[in-house]
Design a protein around this ligand. Structure first.
Ligand SMILES: C[S@@+](CC[C@H](N)C(=O)[O-])C[C@H]1O[C@@H](n2cnc3c(N)ncnc32)[C@H](O)[C@@H]1O
Length: 311
């Protein structure tokens, strides 16, 4: 078996069942799926789930690969300053989908991160994905509070290590901690930093870390996962366009119905008008109308006369 065969697994070719906006995370799905199968975590925890793109792909990887992983998503499902504040419909839609497919091994914990940490024992979490508020202070706090919960093969993922704007500070924390443990980082899709905090990693992970030390290997691995991720973005864009085409088709159908109705209304007005015209010409040409013509003439003269005299 050569090096690349050991590194590859089928899970990196995952075809996500559900991608919804916002899609900022989706290009890391192949790596997360690869990692889950490489590590076979007993416990996976995500801090910051929003509409569920990263979390549901983790659940899908667990299910498709018949793993005994228990998954937990922690979020208030209210939003924050960076992801924006959002309505109840996000949680309702995620929760409904989640309950149907993954309730057997996964739980949505609707609460602040600091409250959820009390529900996990020290050294039990194998993969922790930190993707909450992205200020330096918030992500440092999340990292420091949850670090003791990580097991001896624990791995922490940080999203947005490559965002240098809008008060994001994950890059700053990442600079400070990336050399404290073995680590790798993907710059694409806003950046994903992976910190191998457990000191007893499986062979395949050790192999990945050792390949990473070589610049050309590192570039190939980064490009490989970036390309796989790009496919997911393209699939998402195609499905969004299909949805838009469907919406436009429905709109066109409604407009066609309105145009038909308007044409029918116009025809009706024309026919009413011509009936009125026929009636009028019948009146004008009638004998009584002609006989009363002098009286109508006198009536008009009297009106003018009275008007002239101010009466
Ligand atoms: C960037 S979004 C998560 C994106 C998600 N991982 C994805 O795949 O699209 C951040 C989420 O973290 C949640 N959040 C931020 N700080 C939190 C805290 N202290 N406790 C609970 N939830 C929090 C927000 O409600 C928001 O839904």
């Amino acid at each position: 078996m050569n090096e690349s065969t050991i590194l590859m697994n089928d899970a990196m070719l995952i075809n996500p069942d559900r991608i919804v906006p916002p899609a900022a995370w989706v290009e890391h799905i192949p790596f997360l799926s690869w990692l889950i199968v490489a590590l076979k975590p007993a416990i996976f925890v995500e801090l910051g789930t929003h509409s569920g793109n990263s979390y549901l792909s983790a659940c899908q990887a667990v299910l498709e690969n018949h793993l005994n992983t228990r998954c937990y998503a922690v979020d208030t499902w209210q939003g924050d300053e960076h992801s924006g504040f959002y309505g109840e419909e996000i949680f309702v839609s995620l929760s409904q989908y989640h309950q149907e497919k993954y309730a057997a091994f996964s739980n949505l914990l609707r609460m602040p991160f600091d409250q959820a940490k009390d529900y996990f024992s020290e050294q039990t979490i194998d993969i922790l994905h930190i993707d909450g508020l992205h200020t330096y202070e918030a992500v440092k706090h999340d990292f420091e509070t949850w670090l003791p919960k990580l097991s001896n093969n624990g791995v922490i993922l940080f999203h947005d290590t490559n965002v240098h704007e809008r008060g994001f500070g994950v890059w700053q924390l990442w600079e400070q901690i990336q050399d404290s443990y073995p680590s790798i980082e993907f710059p694409h899709s806003h950046g994903l930093g992976i910190l191998f905090v457990g000191n007893s990693q499986p062979e395949v992970i050790k192999h990945m870390i050792s390949l990473w030390q070589d610049e050309s290997n590192r570039q190939i691995i980064q490009r490989l996962f970036s390309r796989l991720g790009k496919n997911i973005t393209l699939q998402f864009m195609i499905s969004e366009m299909r949805r838009e085409i469907q919406r436009l088709n429905q709109e066109e159908e409604t407009l066609n119905q309105t145009v038909l109705q308007l044409k029918a209304d116009i025809n009706q007005v024309h026919s009413d008008l011509s009936q009125q015209e026929q009636l009028l010409s019948a009146i004008l040409s009638s004998t009584s109308w002609r006989l009363t013509k002098p009286w109508r003439f006198i009536g008009r003269l009297v009106k003018k006369h009275l008007a002239f005299r101010g009466l």
